[in-house]
Design a protein around this ligand. Structure first.
Ligand code: ADP
Length: 271
């Protein structure tokens, strides 16, 4: 169980990216839904121990994460939003190299790990191809393979479906869903259907604050009842909609891009 308590972060330029975020995240898939600029990456990077928050506490099972970041890192798999450059190295060699960096010194054990992961993410047939030639979906699946080295108990994927076409997106999400019930998997996204279909729990983050938290199916009513979500841009529509699937419409209203903020275009809803 990951427990984040009163987590706040103010960047050096004065931007308050997180404002007293409190969340309890059990094993299974957890969706963190929010528009561009909501604070999702800041929260993910902070939990992944890549940056230190201005205030707050983070616990993962028995570990005080801010006091013992190295203990958390040993059980962490992280797929950052921007996975960086894709060199002209084959998928196999790169994964093998990353396994060495993660401490898998034993050659036989490493070979077994790399081969299993390449099969798991369905990249076995292209293992000898250079990463530079991979499609967006293949890169994200490679990203998950590297994040799974060493069987992490906490897996963080920061907007992994951004830029994927619907087929690649489904394939990627199904892969995440297979990872298992004993791992805490946190998936951040701007796409409502990413969390609606696969996550057992979710939270909506907006302007650094948690607006809602719970099971996707329970949030329909809550979203409709939340008058304070009713800023000028979503008042009325949140409560006015009723019936099956309406929370998605309501959440989309909450998540509609704020004026003046760049935003990715979410994949249209299927329902
Ligand atoms: P999201 O991942 O939901 O798009 P971010 O965590 O990237 O949100 O950003 C939250 C807010 O913090 C935004 O207003 C963003 O401009 C700001 N921000 C992010 N990183 C930095 C930084 N390194 N310095 C200053 N402001 C930042």
């Amino acid at each position: 169980m990951l427990v984040v308590t009163d987590l706040s972060h103010v960047y050096a330029n004065g931007t308050q990216a997180l404002d007293s975020v409190t969340l309890s995240i059990p094993a299974g898939m957890f969706g963190l839904l929010g528009p561009n600029g909501a604070g999702k990456s800041t929260l993910m990077r902070t939990v992944a121990t890549l940056q230190t928050p201005t205030a707050g506490r983070i616990r993962f099972d028995e570990i005080d994460v801010l006091k013992r970041p190295e203990a958390l890192r040993r059980m962490l798999g992280y797929l950052p939003q921007d996975f960086g450059v894709y060199p002209r190295v084959t998928a196999y060699d790169m994964l093998d190299h990353m396994a060495v960096l993660k401490g898998l010194a034993d050659r036989t054990e490493r070979k077994e790990t790399v081969e299993t992961l390449l099969h798991q993410v369905n990249l076995w047939s292209v293992r000898k191809k250079a990463l530079a030639g991979f499609s967006g979906g293949m890169r994200q699946r490679f990203g998950i393979a590297q994040a799974l080295i060493g069987n992490p108990r906490l897996l963080i994927a920061d907007e992994p479906t951004a830029g994927l076409d619907p087929e690649e997106r489904n394939r990627f999400l199904n892969l995440l869903a297979e990872i298992g019930d004993t791992t805490v998997v946190i998936l951040s996204t701007q796409i409502v259907d990413d969390v609606a279909d696969l996550c057992s729990r979710m939270a909506v983050l907006s302007e650094g604050r948690i607006l809602l938290e719970g099971a996707p199916q329970d949030l329909a009513a809550e979203l409709r009842g939340h008058a304070h979500l009713g800023s000028a841009r979503c008042e009325g529509s949140v409560r006015a909609r009723a019936g099956r699937g309406s929370w998605r419409s309501a959440a989309d209203q909450v998540l509609s891009p704020l004026p003046g903020r760049a935003s990715r275009v979410p994949i249209p809803m299927m329902s």
